[in-house]
Design a binder for this molecule. Structure first.
Ligand SMILES: [Zn+2]
Length: 328
């Protein structure tokens, strides 16, 4: 039976169970935190305890795995996640890659093939190390790759990252989640590039596809074999829940339940909202939390005609298939 690496070590894919495919534990800027957080809006012990409580509550609802695409650009810091994973029952799967919409981090701008510091693509080396050896000396291995193609499209920096992700996928077999813009339909650009790079498109989640209700666009993506990330439930400002539900029900009715996964893109703490975090966030997006799908979305999907078997497909079988890989 194939296994997938989690923060606590390898788990058989058949044991992943009900899986939310795009949730963060924390979304931070490391420099913001280190320079402005302490004593103002960040208390390390309190934040860890809060995350343990929120993830424990999520686990109690029957979710047994979360897939966390927090990479460089979103404040990835594995020692903190390890502390939390050691105190919760659910599995946390972590990622490697880069979260930028336009420009490369300067650390890669001048290093690479044909650049000032001429060398093989350093991003491929760094991403591969995270997958094969583990992240930052923790021994925790990333199990998937993450990059972005936002409304700005394939800027030179974004394109270089996407190609590095594709090559790391080819070398390691790790699947890919790409952040896209639903309104700009940038999933098309990502899938086109990955296809040309020889990526197995059945191993690609088009993140935030569910921000779109253009069923023709979504079917076009799914027909390549890619998986649609219906993964921002609770972010009603990007697409109201009723519309997200109707779109999923339509696609399920047309036979696409095997190409969709569900999630919130939520977190325990994001460094936008200050010390009174949960109250400030609730004022902006009251439904944006880990338990909204269980509480409200699954009943709404059933009401819209989505069957129990289709829900199980989206929550259990599609994540299991995505993380099932042999050695390349
Ligand atoms: Zn996200």
């Amino acid at each position: 039976m194939p296994t997938v690496d989690t923060v606590r070590g390898p788990v058989e894919v058949s044991d992943l169970g009900r899986t939310l495919m795009h949730e963060h534990v924390f979304v931070l800027s490391t420099e913001h935190l280190q320079n402005y957080g302490d004593g103002r809006w960040w208390d390390e012990e309190a934040r860890v305890a809060d995350a343990v409580a929120k993830l424990t509550a999520l686990h109690a609802t029957g979710i047994t795995t979360i897939v966390d695409p927090t990479v460089w650009g979103l404040g990835r810091y594995l020692p903190r996640i390890q502390r939390i994973a050691g105190q919760v029952g659910l599995n946390i799967i972590v990622a490697t890659g880069l979260y930028v919409y336009e420009e490369l981090p300067h650390q890669y701008t001048y290093r690479g093939p044909g650049l000032l510091l001429d060398m093989p693509e350093p991003m491929v080396a760094d991403f591969t190390r995270d997958i094969v050896e583990g992240i930052g000396g923790t021994g925790v291995k990333a199990a998937f790759l993450k990059c972005c193609v936002e409304a700005q499209g394939l800027t030179p920096g974004v394109e270089r990252i996407a190609r590095a992700v594709a090559r790391t996928h080819a070398e390691t077999g790790a699947p890919i989640t790409v952040h896209t813009s639903g309104p700009a339909e940038s999933g098309r650009l990502a899938i086109d590039l990955f296809g040309k790079e020889g990526v197995d498109l059945t191993k690609v989640v088009v993140g935030h596809a569910g921000d779109s209700n253009n069923v023709d666009y979504l079917m076009e993506l799914a027909d390549t074999g890619a998986i649609l990330g219906m993964d921002r439930f609770g972010l009603d400002l990007f697409n109201p829940t009723a519309d997200r539900v109707r779109t999923i029900a339509t696609l399920a009715d047309r036979g696409y339940a095997d190409r969709m996964v569900l999630s919130h893109d939520a977190n325990c703490f994001i460094d936008y909202f200050g010390a009174a975090h949960d109250e400030a966030r609730a004022a902006v997006a009251s439904n944006w939390h880990y338990e909204y799908i269980g509480d409200e979305v699954l009943p709404a999907l059933r009401e819209a005609g989505v069957s129990e078997a289709q829900l199980e497909q989206m929550l259990v079988h599609n994540p299991r298939r995505y993380f099932s890989r042999g050695t390349p």
